[in-house]
Design a protein around this ligand. Structure first.
Ligand code: FES
Length: 111
């Protein structure tokens, strides 16, 4: 089973963590199932940016993001070339290294 290495994040995962990630599950669901309480303000419906992660390794193993996801990502805090919305990024066969950005912009609540 692939693994996700989560880099340390002061609030959600101060020590960092390595977790099992069943193929076919979203990165967001895998994090939540492992007590990494990443924000998911729109309940994973691809309508906010709070579940934004940066995929430091394994990015190319993921499906292409949809246009809607890309539009949302444009508004995400700390956007990088390897940014994804974790509720839309489905684990494939490869291990991933994921960074949770320091901040989120909660569009779902703002609008
Ligand atoms: S939880 Fe809102 S886009 Fe992922």
């Amino acid at each position: 089973m692939p693994k996700i290495t989560v880099l340390p994040h002061a609030e959600f995962c101060p020590e960092g963590k390595v977790i099992d990630a069943p193929s076919g599950e979203t990165v967001c669901d895998v994090l939540l199932a492992n007590d990494i309480d990443i924000d998911h303000a729109c309940e994973k419906s691809c309508a906010c940016t709070t579940c934004h992660v940066i995929v430091r390794q394994g990015f190319d193993s993921l499906d292409e993001p949809s246009e809607i996801e890309e539009d949302l990502l444009d508004q995400a805090w700390g956007l990088e070339a390897q940014s994804r919305l974790s509720c839309q990024a489905v684990v494939a066969e490869a291990d991933l290294v994921v960074e949770i950005p320091k901040y989120t912009i909660n569009h779902a609540r703002e609008h």
